[in-house]
Design a protein around this ligand. Sequence first.
Ligand code: SF4
Length: 242
Amino acid sequence: MNALASSADITVRPLLVAEMFGPTFQGEGPSAGQQAAFVRLSRCNLSCPPCDTPETWDTSRFDLREYTTHRTVAEVAAWLLAQPAQLVVITGGEPLLQQDRLVPLVEAITAAGRRVEVETNGTIVPAPELVAAGTTFNVSPKLSRFAGAKDQQRRFNPDALAALLASGRAVFKFVAGDLSDLDEVAQVQAAHGLDPVWVMPEGTSSREVLDRAQALADAVLDRGWHLSSRVHILLWGDVRGR
Ligand code: SF4
């Protein structure tokens, strides 16, 4: 039996959605600065201590039912296609936990001539059907100091990273705070053959993002990597829905 749910299930089972918002700018990675509409899916398989979206998974602090709406694929697709943005970003949480329902969603969006980026922590193997649907992947593996104690052994899934790399549709984006983090990025890159590598400065204020970007820039260049900004933080700070 196919690992993905049947098409009948997909039309019935809703997506667990934390929020939908836009138009705004994609803040991170290769498409930073492009106008985009966002869908944030709820639930995550990791529990990183510094997490921008704990309301998608942290049951010790949040009643997830209050932060989750159930929406059909058709409802989400209709909302996205009513937005002016040509780029759709599906983020989380960890969106690949719901990848069976992402397949028809991505198919609907790309069929309308729009681009889709799925943001993932890189621990779940993407379904071939999702890759074939035409999405790209912004993969953010977690460095040791950004992962929780119980996630240290499972923050890297070699099979998932290999599948994402083999898709030819993935970039690998690491949050880094200082130069010592770059050594660990290099180790992960070498261990899994990841390319291209993007480094994004840690920070929830424009001052932090700028200071860390300036501190990291030359070393990132020297290593042949790319540097991502956090456009939404620079513009609006750490607010929801932007
Ligand atoms: S993988 Fe992302 S969403 Fe999940 S806990 Fe870590 S930072 Fe938060």
